[in-house]
Design a protein around this ligand. Structure first.
Ligand code: MN
Length: 409
């Protein structure tokens, strides 16, 4: 028996984020989703770096687990070379079709699902704090889905020199539908709605339906879906829709949708422009419905502030490059990525930062490593003193102190 794969894919910024830090790869027989994290655009860079590296390695014939390990190394290297992106990382959930078998590599809280005979089954474990707690029986899936700390990852790509990446396989049958998605989809959209969307025979229609469901559920995060449907076919496993164009080909026509490799860091790809327009219109309507006047004003003010910061950041590019150079020289072998401190975010919430307090010109010398929902204001006076001193610590010490401060209730 031979299987033929058809795919659909879409990524979307959602209704509340200003950037899309998700990326996906559709390069048959490779499919992947990455969800980046980290301040100062680091999330976008992390997910794009991982997706590009994975795709390039698999295209060279590297087995998927080794390719994912290369992606880890690439993101980790990038973080060490770019001080302001220290602490960045990404999820990676990917598979390669090998005959009738899908071979997966997975790390983080993006998910892989299989729809078979009307049953939706999750294939991947969530590498998140709440995911671990569910596996230990300390939380239910339902509690985990709404837990305030559900976005804290226990494992990610690019944050350590060596990543612990899951590898597993699934033998496929005709009619199987595989879904890779970011938590912006699996979080807000109930399993029943995911199942219903995946029963559509056109994978692209299924992906679009899934994005829409996540937006209807509030679209709190970036949303990405890669849907692959396998059916019985005459010529072995191949992708009947896709004309393979080498990713390196500069003449490749993005608008025709024939690029096998798409990393979307700015929303939907050109080839999906129609679907994206429709979604954007629907999203604008949803947003208008949901926005009352004060929150709309707040959004405008927030946007103005973001723009100001962006301008400052641009003005500071030259100064920043020089400053970074100065810091590198002055600090010598002082590795910013190995020091941490506890501080306060603009909105008053506590966070562990990787790096050192302060900035050189407009370039901060730190990035958020773990963010807490607990606010500085809620701390006792003595606890505030501990935060105020912004002492540099190694990671374990910083985690210990953050626990003593009750930052992870
Ligand atoms: Mn996400």
């Amino acid at each position: 028996m031979t299987l033929v794969a058809r795919h659909g894919a879409l990524t979307d910024i959602g209704l509340h984020r200003k950037t899309n830090e998700d990326a996906y790869v559709v390069q048959p027989p490779l499919y992947a989703v990455c969800d980046g994290m980290g301040g100062a655009n680091a999330g976008e860079v992390a997910s794009a770096t991982a997706a590009e590296t994975l795709a390039a390695e698999v295209a060279r014939g590297t087995p998927i687990l080794a390719a994912a390990e290369e992606a880890n190394a690439a993101v980790y290297r990038h973080a060490r070379q770019n001080l302001e992106q220290t602490g960045m990382g990404t999820t990676l959930t990917a598979f390669v079709l090998e005959g009738r078998t899908a071979r997966f590599a997975h790390i983080g809280d993006s998910r892989a699902y299989l729809l078979r005979d009307g049953e939706l089954r999750r294939l991947s474990d969530d590498h998140s704090l709440v995911g671990e707690m569910v596996r230990e029986g300390r939380l239910t899936e339902e509690e985990a889905a709404v837990h305030p700390h559900r976005s804290i990852l226990s494992r990610a790509l690019g944050t350590e020199p060596a990543a612990r990446i899951d590898e597993f396989t699934e033998d496929l049958l005709p009619g199987d539908v595989l879904l890779l998605c970011s938590d912006g989809l699996s979080g807000p959209v109930p399993a029943d709605a995911i199942k219903l969307a995946l029963t559509r025979s056109d994978p692209q229609a299924a992906a679009e339906r899934l994005i829409l469901e996540a937006r209807k559920a509030g679209g709190p995060d970036n949303i990405t879906a890669v849907v692959v449907r396998v059916d019985e076919g005459p010529h072995g496993v191949e992708d009947e829709e896709t004309t393979l164009v080498q990713p390196a080909d500069p003449e490749a026509d993005v608008a025709t949708g024939e690029l096998p490799f798409v990393v979307d860091d700015d929303g939907p790809s050109t080839s999906k422009a129609d679907a994206a327009d429709a979604l954007a219109a629907e999203a604008a309507a949803l947003r208008a419905e949901q926005a009352d006047a004060p929150s709309a004003r707040a959004a405008v003010a927030e946007e103005a502030q973001r723009r100001r910061r962006r301008v400052l950041r641009r003005l500071g590019v030259v100064a920043g490059v020089l400053a970074a150079l100065v810091v590198v020289l002055a600090a010598g072998a002082f590795y910013l990525s190995t020091v941490f401190f506890i501080g306060v975010e603009d909105d008053g919430s506590l966070a562990i930062y990787s790096g050192v307090p302060g900035e050189v010109g407009p370039v901060p010398l730190h990035a958020v490593y773990r963010r807490s929902v607990v606010t500085y204001d809620s701390l006792s006076p003595s606890a505030r003193t501990v935060v105020d001193e912004r002492r540099l610590r190694d990671r374990e010490d910083a985690m210990d102190v953050s626990r003593q401060l009750g930052m992870w209730p």
